[in-house]
Design a protein around this ligand. Structure first.
Ligand code: ARG
Ligand code: ZN
Length: 872
């Protein structure tokens, strides 16, 4: 451990900035061996901060080389300022002045991918959250907003394209084959939204006419080899721009909107003003190389980053504790957009599945934090499922409580009140309060309390009075630093059905108390409740359903989400029983009721294939792990495999019929919701057919692998064969796939991930060998996620091997990457943080690896924070 431990910072310590930067002029001399940055900042004392003037403090990474510093043309000598702990301090500055500074950067050596770095030969930046301080000295906090003017100079033949935020205002040639372009962004913005790109890039161009008739040039840039993969992103962008006008009344505000695809990127994408920078995995799409899931991700992320132009850029965050102000709201917006573009129910099922497995696990673990965290050591660790996904659920609850019209009024007021400002989640809620006249003070607890609330519902039927009473009790388990929780205010959407499945009542109950009863009168018989429809609040709902009631809801509920959920509840309960049987050494048995129910579903030709595929997918091992008191990795895996195989064999004819019904071989590929639904049912059916173990289905899968014209079908077949007991076929197909796609970096990510998640014997040796393979590159985060991330997150049987070898392998990686890219290192480490959830043997082995990291000198703040909090 380092002598000086990284320190936490606290929300309660927030103070407005003492100094503002009205204008920022940046000059980049981009060269192969170095980049010189000349910055000219117009600084003035913040008129809203009274008292005696404070010293000027600018953020600046300790490793950044400072060549020259002046104030109003007076050069400062080293004794005139102080540099320590990431800060540059200058005492006795005037009230208003121009600060100039020259820094020298080494982008080609920047492996952390924060600040200015190189990705496949092009220069690019990532400044959120605190990357700008690696470029120059600046008050790098989101409540300091400045107007930027940026000039880039670089070799003209190597870097013909020079981009930054806003509009290009001047350009010209310079000496020695160099050229320059000046960009001006008229909108004041925090430094985290600054961006530049320089490279030899291909361009797809289009345009969009806004609702007020302005013409916006749309430009998507990528490496030349990827020019044929930009069309879908362009279509998605135009759809998103139209949607934001129609649904939120938000018009774009510059003459150009640009997206650039880069292969080296720590996260998904970044909403820099007018110049979004994307991980190639979130923008490139082509039927031959991209799966349906990939297409949908592109559509969603393009929309997400575009929507940030209002929810994030025009109105930004006061400080990083407010991150969910922009992320939660923007995830909600992109989810609604995707729901409108595709199937609303399927989108909801996918999002809730992610929330229930990964976010609920985070909320129950050592890194649990409120949607608005109270403190952090390294903000990069708080780009979490809680801030993003739970944050979006909190906004969704406001939507559910207020209804769509008032919600829209509230969002209009929020944008109008705070345009050009840096604000808080409280300001967002206050706008919703103002338009609705409602008191949302209790609701605000969703922002300040961590943990997943439990709703326990019981009911009573009074036949004589025709009265039905639902009693709702809520509680929330303790989380780090929060022993006791106050009750939440939440919308509980419901329906009441009769035994035959006819809907009698529906509506939204508002729950506020720890225990509360709701009475329905005028009913003729005891209803079956459909509770928490469309997952109206991010809670764990407990109600003692009988299997018959759940099967009735699965068939008849008018709420599509709850139909699916009823089926999942039946499966989860059954699997939990089987896990107990397995642990007690009893033979596992497949109940006839489940087979019968699934048979009916499979024969119901009226059912939408997408919905059917969702209903017939067994709950994941990750979900069962999250639900367990103590995770029994082996029992969970064995039970799920048993159930899969048994359902495969019992319904073999039905699976084949479903496969044939959805055979899309004669259609040309289209990523629309209906086609995606057919492919998902077809490939699910193929999976069950393969699970029977019968030879003909291996042949069918091999045929599909060879004959399909799209990556969705090819990759599905590959994964099924690669994970099967047919080892020879597995090796053949993997080799064939490699030869076919070795020059497509994103496809090779899939190839790595398929192998890393292969549950058959020898998995660790395989991933170890792959880490030496030429397509693997340990500096590329996508490659790390595909190999290390997939093995540790999607191959539980081997990651949790009882000899601890999986844990040691991950810890080796984290320690190696910590020197190179701390953000990615800290993120990969997540599976080890769950050590308390496992049996004695495993949890001791996991803890040992965490301790080993803790005992390492000079850990990054990122890894230090996750490890130290996990060991508490
Ligand atoms: N604001 C970006 C998004 O929502 C996330 C970027 C965060 N990047 C980072 N390195 N912390 O899409
Ligand atoms: Zn975002």
């Amino acid at each position: 451990m380092s002598a000086q431990q990284p320190q936490a910072i606290y929300l309660e310590d927030y103070r407005p900035p003492a100094w503002l930067v009205t204008h920022t002029e940046l000059n980049f001399e981009l060269e192969e061996e170095q980049t010189l940055v000349r910055a000219r900042l117009n600084i003035k004392a913040n008129p809203e901060v009274s008292g005696k003037p404070e010293p000027l403090q600018l953020h600046g990474d300790d490793g950044m080389e400072l060549l020259r510093l002046s104030i109003d043309n007076q050069v400062l000598e080293p004794q005139d300022y102080r540099r320590e702990a990431g800060m540059l301090t200058i005492n006795n500055v005037p009230d208003q002045f121009v600060l100039e500074c020259v820094t020298r950067l080494l982008p080609h050596e920047n492996t952390a991918l924060e600040g200015l770095y190189k990705s496949d030969g092009m220069f690019c930046t990532q400044c959120e959250a605190e990357g700008f301080r690696r470029i120059t000295f600046f008050p790098d906090r989101p409540d300091v907003m400045s107007i930027f003017r940026t000039t880039l100079t670089a070799d003209k033949s190597q870097y013909p394209v020079l981009l930054s935020n806003g509009n290009p205002v001047a350009s010209g040639d310079a000496e020695e084959g160099r050229h320059w372009v000046t960009w001006e962004d008229p909108w004041p913005k925090p430094a985290y939204l600054f961006a530049l790109v320089a490279g030899d890039l291909a361009l797809l161009e289009d345009s969009f006419t806004t609702c007020s008739g302005r013409e916006v040039a749309l430009r998507i840039y990528a490496e030349h080899k990827d020019l044929d993969k930009l069309e879908y992103a362009m279509t998605s962008l135009k759809n998103a721009m139209r949607w934001d006008e129609e649904v939120y009344g938000r018009e774009y505000d510059l003459d150009i909107f640009m997206i650039v695809a880069v292969d080296f990127f720590n996260m998904g994408a970044m909403e820099n003003k007018g110049l979004n920078i994307f991980n190639t995995s979130c923008v490139l799409a082509h039927p031959k190389t991209t799966t349906d899931g990939g297409f949908q991700r592109v559509e969603g992320v393009v929309a997400h980053e575009y929507f940030h132009n209002w929810s994030g850029n025009r109105v930004t965050c006061r400080d990083w504790f407010q991150l969910s102000l922009k992320e939660g709201f923007t995830v909600f917006r992109d989810a609604e957009f995707s729901a409108d573009m595709n199937s609303r129910t399927v989108k909801r099922i996918e999002d809730v599945s992610l929330l229930r497995t990964a976010q609920f696990a985070e909320d129950a673990g050592p890194m649990a934090h409120p949607v608005r965290p109270e403190s952090f050591i390294e903000i990069s660790n708080f780009y979490t499922l809680t801030v993003y996904e739970k944050g979006a659920e909190v906004v969704r609850m406001l939507h559910n409580l207020l209804g769509p019209e008032l919600f829209r009024k509230g969002s209009d007021l929020y944008f109008e009140r705070h345009d050009g400002q840096a604000v808080t989640t409280d300001d967002f809620v206050a706008a919703m309060e103002a338009v609705s006249g409602r008191d949302l003070s209790q609701f605000r607890r969703w922002y300040s309390q961590a943990g997943t609330p439990r709703l326990n519902v019981t009911d009573r039927w009074d036949a004589d009075a025709g009265e039905y009473r639902l009693t709702v009790k809520q509680s929330c388990p303790p989380s780090p630093g929060q022993e006791h929780k106050q009750p939440y205010h939440l919308p509980l959407a419901y329906g009441l059905l009769d035994e035959a499945g006819r809907e009698l009542r529906s509506g939204v109950l508002e729950v506020r108390e720890e225990e509360e009863a709701f009475v329905f009168s005028g009913l003729e018989s005891r209803p079956v409740p459909s509770l928490l429809r469309a997952f109206s609040a991010p809670v764990k709902l407990e109600y003692d359903y009988s299997d018959e009631q759940l099967l009735m809801l699965l068939r008849h509920d008018t709420d599509g989400f709850n139909r699916w959920d009823a089926g999942q509840r039946v499966c989860v309960r059954l699997m939990q029983n089987l896990i107990r049987d397995w642990q007690n050494g009893q033979a596992l048995q497949l109940p006839a009721t489940l087979v019968e129910a699934w048979k009916q579903l499979l024969q119901d030709e009226a059912l939408d294939p997408a919905m059917l595929a969702q209903c017939l997918r067994l709950p994941s091992e990750a979900l069962l792990a999250e639900l367990a008191d103590e995770v029994d990795v082996v029992a969970i895996h064995e039970v799920r495999e048993f159930l899969r195989t048994s359902l495969a064999q019992a319904l073999e004819q039905q699976w084949l019929a479903a496969y044939q019904r959805c055979d899309t071989r004669d259609e040309s590929y289209s990523p629309d919701a209906a086609s995606i639904g057919r492919r998902s049912l077809k490939n699910l059916a193929l999976g069950y057919l393969m699970a029977t173990g019968a030879e003909p289905w291996l042949e069918l899968a091999r045929q599909q692998f060879e004959q399909s014209d799209n990556m969705t079908d090819q990759q599905a077949a590959l994964a099924l064969v690669a994970h099967s007991r047919h080892r020879e076929s597995a090796a053949e197909l993997l080799q064939q796939f490699y030869l076919q796609w070795q020059h497509e970096s994103l496809v090779m990510n899939q190839w790595l991930a398929v192998q890393a998640s292969d549950p058959t014997e020898g998995a660790l040796e395989r991933v170890q060998a792959l880490s030496e393979h030429p397509v693997f590159d340990a500096r590329n985060p996508n490659k790390l996620r595909s190999l290390v991330g997939a093995f540790c997150g999607q191959n539980p049987m081997h990651f949790h091997s009882e000899d601890g070898s999986g844990y040691a392998w991950l810890a080796d990686w984290v320690l190696r990457l910590d020197k190179q890219n701390p953000q990615v290192a800290a993120r990969l480490l997540t599976p080890l943080t769950r050590w308390k959830r496992y049996d004695k043997v495993r949890s001791a082995l996991m803890q040992k690896q965490l301790q080993r990291m803790m005992d390492t000198d000079d850990l990054s703040a990122d890894v230090y924070e996750v490890v130290s909090k996990s060991l508490v």
